[in-house]
Design a protein around this ligand. Structure first.
Ligand code: PLP
Length: 416
């Protein structure tokens, strides 16, 4: 980058600045609810989890949401619902080649086979143009990922799914608050899977949640998260003061439905303490989202000056990004390495993460599928030349300017 393009010299006082990747707000409400749960003696899944689920469903604009232990479990359970509709082990789920590895792992955990499609490098998301060629008679679902909180291009994805009779399960782990043409991430497909890990906009510390368009799917999800039990409604702890389930002995011949198992299930419930943190977080949701958006927009509106050496994503008119982090991709014209860029950022106090990897060709866990390096050029490029940095709600516009300054400083030293 030429000197005339430099933003401003790094200030002395910035030497100790830290631009961290994640943060967590635990407001008084969360602490109060945690104490109430501890004092009540009920810490396993109960009233607070139900409240959290209902509030999350309301925010996402869907009829139901089912809380689980992680975003990975949310992906797994959402896919496992397919077994109730005729899917067989080994059937195929189409996923983008680029995502956090959990997306691909989850397909295996659910007993299915991931089939990968390359990404569109401009969006970092699955390229809809590559999906139809990946469909086979065993395909059951398409699972787009809204990476970094930027929505995948859902209209063509939904149209392809409809044409071929496939389900759409959104991996919205990183996309709380993201909107596509007026529709919320997680509310466009049959099911949506969110992570509630601490790096995300709504967090429970560790956790995940599945959004469902139909109560029938929510019931299957409730059963799946608790060993496949026949006990799958959500009224017991909400509507009775004692928490005693009025339907408990409603199995055949008066059997206890908690010990009637209808399907192969998992064990991945959320507990009350996690839900308390989530409920506290949800109080602040709009502030958190607004702050993250202010930070992201500040950086993106100043990023063009780094082109072609460094690029990021854009927010298009039809969408609202729910900012998870800021991706930074090194252009082919650059004469520096990712390691050099990362070192400079880290030494300047800016925490970095790589921009994941092409799961089928750069992650060992998928080798058995037989894909070859070169098959997913865009995802592989991101796997070599992409990073992401924090945009969270404890960072200020000053911090964002600092990131810009650090990048400008780096380019001045490393690029003519
Ligand atoms: C795209 C994506 N999918 C799934 C997950 C898994 O979530 P968790 O770490 O809560 O299991 C993550 C993690 O953040 C993710 O980024």
């Amino acid at each position: 980058m030429g000197k005339e393009q430099a933003v401003r010299p790094l200030e002395k006082g910035n030497a100790r600045r830290r631009v961290t990747f994640g943060t967590i707000w635990i407001p008084d409400l969360a602490k109060k609810l945690i104490n109430e749960a501890l004092e009540s003696g009920r810490v396993s899944s109960g009233r607070l989890v139900r409240q959290f689920e209902n509030r999350f469903a309301e925010l996402a604009g869907v009829p139901a949401a089912v809380a689980v232990s992680s975003g990975t479990d949310a992906d797994v359970l959402a896919m496992a619902v397919l077994y109730d509709y005729g899917a067989q082990p080994g059937d195929e789920i189409i996923v983008p080649a680029l995502s956090f590895v959990a997306t691909g792992n989850a397909v295996f955990h659910a007993g299915f086979t991931p089939v990968f499609v390359d990404i569109d490098p401009k969006t970092l998301n699955i390229d809809p143009a590559g999906i139809e060629a990946a469909i086979t008679p065993r395909t059951r679902a398409i699972m787009p990922v809204h990476l970094m909180g930027k929505p995948a291009d859902m209209d063509p994805i939904l149209a392809i799914a409809e044409k071929h009779g496939l389900w759409v399960i959104e991996d919205a782990a990183e996309a709380h608050g993201a909107m596509y043409k007026g529709r919320a991430a997680g509310a466009m497909g049959h099911l949506g899977a969110f992570s509630l890990y601490v790096a995300h906009i709504i967090t429970t510390g560790e956790g995940g949640i599945v959004t469902a368009q139909k109560e029938e799917h929510a019931e299957i999800l409730r059963s799946l998260r608790s060993h496949g039990r026949a006990c799958k409604c959500n009224v017991c702890t909400l509507n009775t003061a004692s928490g005693y389930c009025p339907k408990r002995f409603s199995g055949q011949g008066g059997e206890d439905i908690r010990f009637v198992f209808e399907r192969t299930g998992y064990s991945c419930k959320m507990n009350e303490l996690e839900a308390a943190i989530g409920l506290g977080n949800m109080e602040l949701y709009h502030d958190i989202l607004a702050k993250r958006r202010e930070n992201l927009m500040y950086v993106l509106s100043r990023f063009d000056r780094f082109n072609p050496y460094l690029t990021s994503i854009r927010e298009e008119a039809h969408e609202t990004i729910g900012p998870h982090a800021i991706p930074i991709v090194i252009g082919p014209q650059a004469s520096f390495t990712r390691a050099e860029l990362t070192r400079h950022l880290e030494q300047s106090g800016v925490e970095t993460r790589t921009l994941f990897a092409s799961m089928p060709t750069q992650c060992v866990g998928f080798q058995r599928l037989g894909y070859r390096l070169g098959q997913f050029p865009h995802a592989e490029y991101m796997g070599r030349y992409g990073i992401h940095v924090g945009v969270h709600h404890d960072l200020t516009v000053d911090d964002m300017q600092y990131v810009i300054d650090v990048l400008a400083d780096f380019l001045e030293k490393h690029q003519d």
